[in-house]
Design a protein around this ligand. Structure first.
Ligand code: C2E
Ligand code: CA
Ligand code: CA
Ligand code: CA
Length: 276
C-alpha cells in the first residue's frame, strides 16, 4: 500500500511537472506570438432587434498559432493575464479592428460601429487616453466593452477618471456580461454606460422561465429610465430573438444570427443577408 501511495505521489508530480512545462511553453509562445502579430480579431455581427439589420460588430481575439491553428481566448487569456500582456493583446485587437472598419468602407460596406473588449489592465494603462486621442475616432464608431466586475473597482478614482476621459473622446462604454456576477447595479449605472449587454446565462433560460423574462424586462425598464441601450448575447435560436424583441431589447448577438467570423467573410455575409 505504501508503495502504491508513492506511485500515486510520483504520478501526481509528473502531471504537475507536465502542466508546468505546458504553461511555460504557452507563455513563451504567447510572447513570441505578440511579436509576430499572431493575435487577430474575428468579428461577430450584432443586429437591430426590430429590423434585423446589422448595427455593428464585436471584435473577438483569436490566436492564429503557426502549427496549432486557431486558439480561443479561454485558452490563452488566463496565461496572458499572468504574463501581464492582456493589455497588449487588447491593443493589437483594437488597432486591427479600426483598420478593418476603414477597409470595409473601401469595399462598400458601412459597418457603423465596432466593439472591443477592454481589460482592467488596459484601462489602467496611462498612455491609453493619449493614444486614443491621437487616433481621432469618429464619435459612436468605437465601443469599449467592460466586464461587469469593473464595478468592484470603480471606487478607484483613477479608473473612473479614465472612463470619463474615454467617453469625452466619443468612445461608448458598454457593460459586458451584465447579470453574471454580483456587481452593484447602482455603481454600474453611475458610470452612465451607453449600453448594457445581458449575459447569456440570463438569456438562454428565457423561453422556459417567466421569472427570467420578468428579470430581463426589468433590466430593459431600467435601461429606458437611464437612456441605456440593452444588448442580448448568446441568442441561439430565433425564438429567443423574437421573445427578446417583444420584451423590448434593442440589439441581438448570437449564433442564431451570426457566428464570429474572419474580417474577409463579413462583407460576403452582410451582402448575402441569409439570416433574414
Ligand atoms: P464575451 O466578451 O462575453 O464574448 C462572447 C463570447 O460568446 C465569445 O466567445 C463568442 O464567440 C461567444 N458567443 C457568441 N455567440 C454565442 C452564442 O450564441 N452562444 C454561445 N454559447 N456563445 C456565443 P470567445 O470569442 O471565445 O471569447 C470569450 C471571452 O474572451 C469573451 O467573452 C471576452 O470576455 C474575452 N475576449 C475575447 N477577445 C478579447 C480581447 O480582445 N480582449 C480581452 N480582454 N478579452 C477578450
Ligand atoms: Ca464582450
Ligand atoms: Ca459577454
Ligand atoms: Ca463572457
Amino acid at each position: 500500500a505504501k508503495r502504491r501511495g508513492r506511485n500515486r505521489v510520483e504520478a501526481f508530480n509528473d502531471e504537475l511537472r507536465q502542466r508546468t512545462v505546458e504553461v511555460k511553453r504557452l507563455s513563451d509562445e504567447i510572447l513570441r506570438g505578440l511579436e509576430r502579430q499572431e493575435f487577430r480579431p474575428f468579428f461577430q455581427p450584432q443586429f437591430d432587434a426590430e429590423t434585423l439589420e446589422i448595427v455593428g460588430v464585436e471584435a473577438l481575439a483569436r490566436w492564429e498559432h503557426p502549427t496549432r491553428g486557431f486558439i480561443m481566448p479561454d485558452t490563452f487569456l488566463p496565461v496572458a493575464e499572468s504574463l501581464n500582456v492582456v493589455a497588449q493583446i487588447d491593443e493589437a485587437i483594437l488597432d486591427q479592428a479600426l483598420f478593418q472598419i476603414v477597409r470595409w468602407q473601401g469595399q462598400g460596406l458601412d459597418v457603423s460601429r465596432v466593439s472591443v473588449n477592454v481589460s482592467c489592465q488596459r484601462l489602467r494603462d496611462e498612455n491609453l487616453v493619449a493614444k486614443l486621442k491621437a487616433m481621432a475616432i469618429r464619435p459612436g464608431m468605437l465601443t469599449f466593452e467592460l466586464l461587469e466586475s469593473i464595478s468592484f473597482d470603480t471606487a478607484d478614482e483613477g479608473l473612473k477618471q479614465a472612463i470619463e476621459e474615454i467617453k469625452a473622446l466619443g468612445i461608448d462604454i458598454e457593460i459586458d456580461d451584465f447579470g453574471s456576477g454580483h456587481a452593484s447595479i447602482v455603481s454600474l449605472l453611475e458610470l452612465s454606460p451607453k449600453r448594457l449587454k445581458i449575459d447569456r446565462r440570463l438569456v438562454q433560460p428565457l423561453l422556459e422561465s417567466t421569472a427570467q423574462q420578468d428579470l430581463v424586462r426589468s433590466i430593459i425598464d431600467i435601461g429606458k429610465m437611464r437612456d441605456i441601450e440593452i444588448v442580448a448575447e448568446g441568442v441561439e435560436t430565433m425564438a429567443h430573438a423574437e421573445l427578446l424583441r417583444r420584451l423590448g431589447c434593442h440589439i441581438l448577438q448570437g449564433y442564431a444570427l451570426a457566428r464570429p467570423m474572419p474580417a474577409d467573410d463579413v462583407l460576403a455575409f452582410a451582402t448575402a443577408r441569409t439570416w433574414l
